[in-house]
Design a protein around this ligand. Structure first.
Ligand code: CAA
Length: 240
């Protein structure tokens, strides 16, 4: 039986490419999304994948979703915590709502879904968790104290949970993407983005496939000695 993978934020951007790549690797993929029904419907029609709508930052919604996926498709053995949002602004302009939204969605979601799937993975003595961090969690970024804190938190979370999962055959790793060509990055003011690209040694934005290949690698059945690591995929922008 194909292993079941849940990819949060899995119907658009980097997440959609991760979902497709895992499907191509023989996994049964369920892709979650928070609000864009139209994109999700188109993605499901195109790929034949199951999609499910819930807020990854809300524990109750995650609980209901994990129960539904387990009942309909099977126990989740591969979890990719990819869902993420930005609410950029300098600290002077950042409201508490901007802080909470980013921390809940980007970091709280990792707690929620790891908490809800970890026990099942322990029982199976198999699990693959990949948390999507960011170069901006490693290096910081002007205008992103919320996002940098959440993504940096993901890197610490990953190393701590990796230690708890190891004796149960559960690996927990992070990928730290750089600036990847998605709607999120296209929302950065063009002049700011040009300056950022100028500092990337490879001279271009990342492609979603650049990240997806890392997820396939880290979630392979035989990738069982790689845990607690962070794979930076950023075109050389930050060497950590
Ligand atoms: N370092 C130092 N100073 C900077 C700076 C920087 N990187 N960027 C801007 N400033 C300065 C400006 O020069 C300006 O100075 P003056 O007032 O003296 O002219 C001051 O800060 C205010 O700058 P802005 O006018 O740009 O301020 P703003 O409030 O309009 O916008 C901002 C601030 C929202 C942070 C905007 O600059 C911005 O969107 N920056 C991009 C942030 C970014 O990279 N986000 C990443 C999104 S993609 C992502 O997060 C995915 C991932 O994982 C990589």
């Amino acid at each position: 039986m194909a292993r079941v993978a849940l990819v949060t934020g899995g119907t658009r951007g980097i997440g959609a490419e991760i979902s497709r790549a895992l499907q191509a690797a023989g996994r049964t993929v369920v892709a979650s999304y928070a609000g864009n029904d139209e994109a999700a419907r188109a993605f499901a029609a195109d790929t034949g994948m199951n999609v499910i709508r819930f807020d990854a930052g809300d524990f109750g919604e995650c609980q209901a979703a994990v129960e539904k996926i387990t009942g309909d498709t099977g126990p989740i053995e591969i979890l990719v915590n990819n869902a993420g949002i930005t609410r950029d602004g300098t600290l002077a302009k950042m409201t508490r709502e901007m802080w909470d939204a980013v921390l809940d969605t980007n970091l709280g979601s990792c707690y929620n879904l790891c908490k809800l799937t970890f026990d099942g993975m322990r029982q199976k003595k198999f699990g693959r968790i990949v948390n999507i961090g960011s170069v901006n969690g490693q290096a910081g970024q002007y205008g992103q104290v919320n996002y940098a804190a959440a993504k940096s938190g993901i890197h610490g979370f990953t190393k701590a949970l990796a230690q708890e999962g190891a004796r149960f055959g559960i690996t927990v790793n992070a990928i730290a993407p750089g600036y990847v060509d998605t709607d999120m990055v296209r929302a950065v003011p063009p002049d700011v983005l040009q300056k950022i690209i100028a500092r990337i040694p490879m001279g271009r934005l990342g492609r979603t496939a650049d990240i997806a290949r890392g997820v396939v690698f880290l979630t392979a059945d035989d990738a069982d000695f790689i845990t607690g690591s962070t794979l930076s995929i950023n075109g050389g922008q930050h060497m950590y």
